[in-house]
Design a protein around this ligand. Sequence first.
Ligand SMILES: NC(=O)C1=CN([C@@H]2O[C@H](COP(=O)(O)OP(=O)(O)OC[C@H]3O[C@@H](n4cnc5c(N)ncnc54)[C@H](O)[C@@H]3O)[C@@H](O)[C@H]2O)C=CC1
Ligand SMILES: O=C(O)[C@H]1O[C@H](OP(=O)(O)OP(=O)(O)OC[C@H]2O[C@@H](n3ccc(=O)[nH]c3=O)[C@H](O)[C@@H]2O)[C@H](O)[C@@H](O)[C@@H]1O
Length: 437
Amino acid sequence: MPARKIAVIGAGYVGLTTAATLAAAGHGVTCVDVDRDKVAELRAGRVALLEPDLPELVAAGRRAGLLRFTARLPDALLPPHPPDLVFVCVPTPRGEGGAADVSIVEAVARDLGRLLPPGAAVVLKSTVPVGTADRVRGLLRRPDLPVLSHPEFLSEGSAVHDCRHPDRLVIGAGTTPADRAAARRLADLYTDLAAPVLLTGNASAELIKYAANAFLAVKLSYANTLAELCESVGADIGDVGRGLGLDPRIAPAHLRPSPGWGGPCLPKDTHALLDLARTRQIGFPLVRAALETNDRQHHRIADKVRTAAGGCLDGVRIAVYGLAFKAGTADTRDSPALAVARLLHAQGAELTVYDPAAANPAGPDDWYQTADNPYTAAKAATVVAVLTEWPEFARLDWALISQLMHRPHVVDARRILDPEALEACGLTVSTVGRGTR
Ligand SMILES: NC(=O)C1=CN([C@@H]2O[C@H](COP(=O)(O)OP(=O)(O)OC[C@H]3O[C@@H](n4cnc5c(N)ncnc54)[C@H](O)[C@@H]3O)[C@@H](O)[C@H]2O)C=CC1
Ligand SMILES: O=C(O)[C@H]1O[C@H](OP(=O)(O)OP(=O)(O)OC[C@H]2O[C@@H](n3ccc(=O)[nH]c3=O)[C@H](O)[C@@H]2O)[C@H](O)[C@@H](O)[C@@H]1O
């Protein structure tokens, strides 16, 4: 595999991980971000994202002189660093009506059209709606520049591992010889990986990404409704999920019940797929139901907390354990923990929140207090609601927590606690997906 010169635009979860992984493979990478503070931090050797191995990988790339950071796009595109491949890894947030907002991708495309020297290919790694590659071609106004669709499938909390061990690599290209040659050049980056490389058209590659995330969303909502059924019929979703997941056609991942699924991508991408189907006059009730079920799940967990509190939350102190959308990340974007906390707050609960990693995103209206440890959070609370599956929650001194609380109730929306052990400490425990018959 020849060493390539690569520009990566956007130094977030996807861009920074991509840049560092490619530098580790021996390519020369310039990573550009509009956030000057972030670039200054990266240049000083500091990585703000909570991602295992990422700081070390970034440091190694910089030491080897293969990874540079800049806030100026021309520095990443013009000599002495003209790239062979430009990876676009900028945000595509949920826009009006659920459609993805691709305005940042479009702005970048206009700049690339002006600045890119001949011979480079544009690689869209951001999650973008079907048709974006063609739209980017138009905005570039440069028929000489190939545009490839190369969606990313990494998960937060395991970004580096997922980039090094992908399940598959999807590369979509147009029909021109230049596009096809660029697709092969991109595929050559991955010859050392065991993953299958799927070469498709741009539209298929773009759709695969949304189809994958919406499928996971459907699976998660299916599991959460099964958990509700388990509670009603005296079954246990842990056993039911294991029994289901052992079927290789179903697979074990994404069957754990929760207060709902969230994060920066599954909700926005599910909405975007629905929007795409709507614009083609195709109903997609299955995906719509996954979203509705998710909303219901937030309410169902909030109801469990209210029941544990004795039926009324007005003025009742609740300790919320976990704000991140899942364990292993500090990310609170579209977090189910926040969604449930908001429902509790709307019913008058007084919330004290503890999360081992997530920053406080409450904002200026400050509708909850934060605690810097779980014991302070539990003081005088009537219910502890475990909303993120941080493993350390299972290792807490629950006997102490029981003494600190006003009334010792726990709602375990993530099934990470041992109910018998907690009950031995004098707590009553309500666990999602566990029936009592
Ligand atoms: N976070 C994840 O786990 C995954 C995200 N994706 C997709 O990848 C894309 C990026 O997502 P994340 O990396 O999570 O976003 P992020 O928010 O972590 O990072 C995006 C970065 O782009 C920078 N940026 C914004 N506008 C820019 C511009 N014009 N030029 C240069 N930099 C700019 C921001 O300052 C930020 O540092 C999105 O489309 C997302 O849906 C895909 C797979 C996984
Ligand atoms: O496009 C993206 O950004 C990424 O979105 C997800 O990755 P991520 O958002 O990091 O999170 P997941 O691990 O999929 O979890 C999503 C949500 O589902 C919840 N979840 C996950 C697994 C499970 O069994 N149960 C469950 O409730 C998590 O707590 C979280 O709230 C996908 O898993 C990635 O493949 C994809 O690349």
